[in-house]
Design a protein around this ligand. Structure first.
Ligand SMILES: NCc1[nH]cc(CCC(=O)O)c1CC(=O)O
Length: 331
């Protein structure tokens, strides 16, 4: 698009910026509460709300508290929660069997929230890292992350989540072929209405640090995730991954992290027009919160501006730890 305009002074681009009323009229993008997915951390116990040190304002919640959070989210109009379990070392094993235990924390929380707050959508993560003794998203054999064996386990994990009543399954593991394999398994098991939101373009990022603290994976992780998560220098590769995942049956795609990768969001939306999401990850949240707590930036304004940027970049929705706070600010 090339906007047509007369030369100055016939065109004065400041004219429609002169008042709040005019600015509202010409505003191009809008952020609404309906765009939000709120990631929450789960832990064992009852009545527990355990602060995550590197994410001020974020707590690990026991299931009863997560149900309260779901009620609060639904009352604010937030359409979906995304669940991340904190797993004790006892449940981190070489075979990752807790990942498909119907009674694991994530599945119990899904059932509790779905029965108490049926109108909220539940999204979950498919990847082995909460359950593996290595902290990796896949099985490790002779120091390598093995793809196909991992995919077989991811199918079991996804099926147990669908069985528990999850609305949106989010494979975040970056193995090849998992979207098609999970989609076929869901169809065969009668879960034809379960959505898949693929973490298609997930970068090997420094911005996941606080998340790994929150889920207890920081100490467990040996090495890094660069043989499966993407190189931050690449952009065409992101489009290839997204195209592949859409052709394998993903309903929605995600770019992660968010703010440093808005160019990828825009390219993805323009290229495919599919429902496009970004994950404003833990480190992005921590940066804004830390600067605000130091009085270096206005936290409310930085939050709102950062989230609007995702809409401008073409995203249909955003996973953000700010979800309840921005929902309140939006009124
Ligand atoms: N597969 C695990 C997973 N799912 C979401 C995040 C990060 C989310 C965040 O930083 O907020 C990660 C971390 C990782 O890949 O190491």
């Amino acid at each position: 698009m090339r906007p047509t305009q007369a030369p100055f002074p016939l065109t004065r681009l400041r004219r429609p910026r002169a008042s709040a009323a005019l600015r509202d009229l010409v505003q191009e993008n809008t952020l609404t509460v309906g765009d939000l997915i709120w990631p929450i951390f789960l832990c064992d116990g009852e009545g527990v709300s355990d602060p995550v040190a590197s994410m001020p304002g974020v707590n690990r919640l026991s299931i009863d508290r997560a149900v309260e959070a779901a009620r609060e989210a639904a009352d604010l109009g937030i359409p979906a929660l995304c669940l991340f379990p904190y797993t004790s070392t006892a449940n981190r094993t070489e075979d990752c069997a807790e990942a498909w235990n119907p009674e694991n924390l994530s599945n119990r929380a899904t059932r509790a929230i779905k029965s108490a707050v049926p109108e909220i959508a539940i999204m979950t993560d498919v990847a082995l890292d909460p359950y593996s003794d290595t902290g990796h998203d896949g099985f490790v054999r002779d120091g390598r992350i093995v793809n196909d064996e991992t995919v077989a386990a991811l199918i079991r994990q996804a099926l147990s989540q669908a069985e528990a009543g999850v609305d949106i399954i989010g494979p975040s593991d970056m193995m090849d072929g998992r979207i098609g394999a999970i989609r076929r398994a869901l169809e065969e098991a009668g879960h034809q209405d379960t959505c898949l939101m693929s973490y298609s373009a997930k970068y090997a990022s420094a911005f996941y640090g606080p998340f790994r603290d929150a889920v207890g994976a920081a100490g467990a992780l040996k090495g890094d995730k660069r043989t499966y998560q993407m190189n931050p220098a690449n952009s065409d590769e992101a489009l290839r991954l997204i195209e592949r995942d859409l052709s394998e049956g993903a309903d929605m795609i995600m770019v992660k992290p968010g703010m440093p990768y808005l160019d990828i969001c825009r390219r993805a939306k323009d290229a495919f027009g599919a429902p496009t999401f970004a994950y404003q990850v833990s480190g992005e949240y921590a940066m804004i919160m830390a600067a605000a707590q130091n009085g270096w930036i206005d936290g409310d304004r930085a939050m709102a501006e950062s989230l609007m940027a995702f809409k401008r970049a073409g995203c249909d929705g955003i996973l953000t730890y700010f979800a309840p706070r921005i929902a309140r600010a939006l009124g």
